[in-house]
Design a protein around this ligand. Structure first.
Ligand SMILES: Nc1nc2c(ncn2[C@@H]2O[C@H](COP(=O)(O)OP(=O)(O)OP(=O)(O)O)[C@@H](O)[C@H]2O)c(=O)[nH]1
Ligand SMILES: [Mg+2]
Length: 544
């Protein structure tokens, strides 16, 4: 007891994570009583709590009291012993994450009671490989020369900064949540299936799915209270700190969810934005996506910063109080938005110029549109025998690709492939599409590609037409192309196509191409020689 009490009076210099003396005091005690011993140190280096655990674990003090801790991080670090020198356990890392400790250090106890290796970990801003903790290489406590105060200052800056790159890292694991307010079960399942696909496209592994049917979505927390704790526990159990909601989360909801769960919560829109951010390869695409991300995040930033920064009463790294920091962040984001908008306008002018030039050549333009992953790029590939990127992933295509296409009767058109659409496109994203979809303005005919084997043909056609309408293209002539008929029985695909007045094709197996070209030709040149074409061309007869 005396030795434990002595620990309470311990004080480290503020810039040391741990000292050899402290480690030694802990391991000697721990070796003697054959139990884990730990201390929580505050930023000033004073011991705030001393804990004696069992041989294999240590309970931390009451969470409720700890919650009052200031700042984004708790301002406390945990130094503890491990009788077996097994390094940091999952419990240690869970404590680190859920309690938002500054750092956790475990020190192995040697036979003679002296410290073995020290293993240290801290949280970090979600990095490229989606990890939220960073570990130091194990070393002897005496050699652990980390400039702790500088380290923690940098870390807090990093955590508090609004990131404009990815919410979601490749290889990350997440739990999906979908709440139906009055929607039927079948629709719910389709939504979940699509959200899964989106997660996959973002490189996220789905660990679990939680669904709830309730009369109305909870205005504060989306899910009901019971489901919410269920969710928190499942996240905890499967070691997941990312939750993706199918429905859009308002800034207020995001805030109250984050407060309750201390997890990263994003919604479908953010997920889609993230896929775009990962995919964007051209300067133009990158710019549009970043703009959309910033616009979407601006109101959330205010809320989130509010939550995390106002608690840092003392300010960060001598840069003044939290509020000032927040203002700076906001101003920086606003400045960046303005700059990007200017740049976007310049690029639009450039494109405009290019389009005018092409317009003078008066080559008709055929644009392929459709729901994402319907097979648009595959169709372009097959039609033009070109090497266009095709992938079984949503939003594989981001930037428009144009190719020349020669019709049987020596007529030439330009055919463009475009970004895929999806249901419930948020306005920020439609805006991001705008630039890439300006190409559609020139289209003389839209080839609307539909995955005929999809269980929700109507809904997808509607979703595509809605986006087209929002972009002001509802009057463009449209030819429905029912793709992927190789996945359906022949009579079924024929009947479907007849019902919708669509051309049945398989882009993959190059089936139905002559019929498609004939129908397109007929529609493209309907005005000048439509009647003649329909009467004379054998191809037109094929398509009819
Ligand atoms: N069975 C079958 N699969 C197809 C057909 N056409 C395309 N696919 C497959 O569907 C997936 C998506 O094809 P893409 O051509 O990339 O689809 P997209 O519409 O361009 O998709 P995004 O650019 O992501 O919106 C790929 O795995 C293709 O191989 C088809 O006719 N039959
Ligand atoms: Mg594509």
């Amino acid at each position: 007891m005396k030795a434990l009490e002595r620990l309470m009076r311990r004080r480290l210099s503020a810039d040391r994570l741990v000292t050899n003396e402290l480690a030694r005091e802990l391991t000697e005690l721990s070796g003697e009583i054959r139990r884990q011993v730990g201390v929580l140190l505050d930023r000033a280096g004073s011991v705030q709590h001393v804990m004696v655990g069992s041989p294999s674990s240590t309970e931390l003090p009451d969470w409720g009291r700890l919650r009052a801790g200031r700042g984004r991080l708790r301002g406390l670090r945990l130094i503890k012993t491990h009788l077996a020198d097994e390094g940091l356990t999952r419990d240690d890392l869970t404590d680190l994450a859920l309690l938002r400790l500054d750092a956790v250090v475990s020190v192995g106890v040697r036979e003679d009671g002296l410290p073995a290796l020290a293993h240290a970990a801290s949280l970090c801003a979600a990095n490229a490989d989606g990890r939220s903790t960073a570990k130091l290489p194990p070393c002897h406590p005496a050699e652990l020369d980390l400039e702790f105060s500088a380290f923690i200052r940098d870390l807090e800056n990093e955590l508090a900064l609004p990131t404009t790159t990815h919410d979601v890292g490749e290889g990350e694991r997440a739990i999906l949540v979908s709440v139906t307010a009055g929607r039927d079960r079948a629709t719910l399942e389709l939504h979940v299936a699509e959200l899964r696909e989106l997660a996959r496209a973002a490189g996220v592994t789905v660990v679990d799915v939680i669904t709830q049917t309730r009369p109305a979505v909870d205005p504060r927390t989306v899910l009901g209270a019971g489901k919410l704790s269920d969710l928190a526990i499942r996240c905890f159990q499967s070691d997941v700190d990312l939750v993706i909601f199918d429905q859009d989360i308002t800034p207020t909801q995001a805030r109250s969810l984050a407060e309750r769960m201390e997890l990263r919560v994003i919604d479908r829109t953010q997920l889609i934005l993230d896929i775009f951010a990962q995919r964007a390869s051209t300067g133009d695409g990158k710019l549009q996506v970043e703009l959309a991300q910033l616009r979407y995040r601006m109101p959330r930033l205010a809320q989130r910063a509010d939550l995390s920064l106002s608690r840092l009463a003392g300010g960060i790294g001598g840069r003044g109080p939290g509020e000032t920091k927040l203002e700076n962040d906001r101003r920086r984001v606003r400045d960046r938005i303005t700059r990007l908008e200017r740049e976007a306008a310049r690029l639009t002018d450039q494109r405009e110029g290019r389009r005018r030039k092409r317009g003078r050549r008066s080559v008709p333009v055929l644009s392929i549109v459709g729901y994402t992953n319907a097979g648009k790029s595959t169709l372009l590939r097959t039609l033009t025998q070109s090497d266009v990127h095709v992938e079984d992933k949503m939003f594989a295509t981001l930037d428009p690709v144009s190719r020349r296409l020669r019709f049987p009767r020596e007529r030439e058109v330009i055919i463009t492939d475009t970004v895929g659409f999806i249901r419930d496109l948020p306005p920020d994203l439609v805006a991001a599409f705008h630039a890439t979809l300006e190409e559609l303005r020139d289209a003389n005919l839209l080839l609307h590609v539909v995955d005929a084997a999809s269980p929700e043909i109507d809904r997808r056609i509607q979703a595509v037409r809605q986006v087209l309408g929002e972009l002001g293209f509802e009057d463009k002539p449209e030819l429905l192309v029912f793709n992927q008929i190789d996945r359906l029985p022949r009579d079924e695909s024929d009947a479907l196509a007849r019902r919708y007045g669509a051309v049945p094709v398989s882009a993959l197996e190059a089936r139905g191409m002559p019929q498609l070209l004939a129908r397109a030709e007929e529609m493209l040149w309907a005005d000048d020689e439509g009647v003649a074409a329909r009467m004379s061309a054998p191809l037109a007869a094929l398509g009819a």
